[in-house]
Design a protein around this ligand. Structure first.
Ligand SMILES: [Mn+2]
Length: 310
């Protein structure tokens, strides 16, 4: 069986489905994408009949637009396509047989990885999937991605993100495929533990430093705190949202990637806020793409002025 997987490039929750797929399917190809790239990739692939050569196509931790879902629903592609996502912004798409969006079930927050794992256990119940090393790693990814690790004090769940950022995507995948094939129990190696400890200190320093760089601004009636940062986006956003308790939400602008929105307030829905800027996500954590032409505008702003304007 030939399988194609499309998943989210941004974090462990998007990468873990590749690892699980490699354990289950011999003939696998995959594509990791940013949220902003999904629509183009999928419409092109769909229009070019790219998926014809595959028996099954999965999409995890990402979702497609309603327009594309409608098109797929009117084609035979829907019979071999399965979307498994946990971003609440796509919840209405559950009416399509090939789309499953679950944000939370029975009080447990789901993630792309946890939904995919359940799907694989049900449809491809091979032995290795039931190994504690696999199920523990899946639950660590879920705890880390949904921030439930905070509720249960599971710092070790966030460490997977640290390892991912050091290893990079390809090495992370290869490393953990080998690890899960070889080990019944999940653990961090001595080298990884050292890395985690060093990185933790670096992250705390980074966050501490960013606290003084926050720019406060009211946007669409919300009190926001804005910061430019490329590293530790989630932790930074969340730490700043807690630290500056008078702001409604924190905006982290990563000029290399995208914009993140974080809040710790019950009455604030950053998914709605993100949607008004072309983004999406969860109630307390969302993102939106960088506007087109932003980098060019910045360059022009810096270098495009006349001499006497400096
Ligand atoms: Mn996710």
């Amino acid at each position: 069986m030939k399988v194609f997987l499309i998943s989210h490039i941004a974090d462990a929750d998007g990468i873990m489905p590749v690892i699980l797929s490699k354990l289950v399917f011999k003939d696998l190809e995959y594509k990791l994408l940013e949220n902003s790239e999904v629509e183009d990739f999928m419409s092109n692939a769909f229009n070019d009949n790219f998926f014809d050569k595959y028996d099954q196509v999965f999409m995890t931790d990402l979702c497609i637009s309603e327009t594309l879902a409608e098109k797929i629903n009117n084609s035979s592609f829907k019979d071999k396509f399965q979307v498994l996502d946990h971003h609440i912004s796509g919840i209405e798409l559950n009416r399509y047989s090939f789309i499953t969006v679950i944000d939370e079930e029975n009080g447990v927050k789901e993630s792309g990885t946890s939904l995919y794992y359940k799907y694989l256990l049900k449809h491809y119940p091979i032995k290795i999937l039931a190994r504690p090393s696999v199920s523990v790693m899946v639950s660590l990814v879920r705890l880390g991605d949904t921030w439930e690790w905070k509720k249960y004090n599971r710092e070790d769940a966030r460490h997977l993100m640290t390892i991912l950022s050091y290893y990079g995507v390809e090495k992370f995948i290869n490393n953990y495929v080998d690890f899960l094939l070889a080990n019944d129990e999940f653990y961090y190696t001595e080298t990884e533990k050292m890395l985690i400890e060093t990185d933790c200190k670096r992250m705390n320093d980074y966050i501490e430093n960013k606290k003084s760089q926050v720019i406060f601004k009211e946007i669409k009636g919300y009190k926001t705190g804005i910061v430019f940062a490329e590293l530790y986006r989630s932790e930074l956003g969340s730490a700043l949202a807690e630290f500056y308790s008078d702001v409604d939400l924190i905006i982290v602008i990563n000029l290399s990637r995208s914009i993140s929105y974080r809040s710790v307030k019950d009455n604030i829905n950053v998914n709605e806020f993100a949607q008004s800027f072309g983004g999406k996500g969860h109630q307390k954590a969302s993102g939106s793409p960088l506007p087109l032409g932003l980098k060019e505008n910045i360059i022009n702003y810096i270098f495009g002025r006349d001499n006497n304007e400096y």
